[in-house]
Design a protein. Structure first.
Length: 96
């Protein structure tokens, strides 16, 4: 088999030129601008809780029902917050 005489990209551009083309054309040539740091909200925290699938299904059904009734901005979180406002812990069973 005869060896090819071409040099491909290396014959056209030097390594520095390839890097410059990639940096300027392909990657945009500019460093990403970082957003200025803003103060984090202190009126809420993002948390992770675990719930049984059946409870999530029930929660989602309740949210869907409220949305059908016209509560367009209802969410799981909003429904849980509402429930927290309504619960009376004096009646909470010992083994729940």
């Amino acid at each position: 088999m005869k060896k090819r005489e071409t040099t491909g990209v290396h014959g056209v551009l030097h390594e520095d030129e390839v890097s410059a083309v990639l940096r300027d054309s392909f990657y945009g040539g500019k460093a990403r601008k970082r957003r200025p740091k803003t103060a984090k909200p202190d009126h809420y925290d993002v948390i992770c809780i675990s719930l049984y699938r059946e409870d999530l299904t029930q929660l989602d059904k309740m949210v869907a029902k409220l949305k059908k009734q016209g509560h367009r901005k209802i969410s799981r979180s909003a429904l849980i917050r509402f429930a927290l406002d309504q619960v009376d812990i004096a009646d909470f069973p010992r083994a729940y």
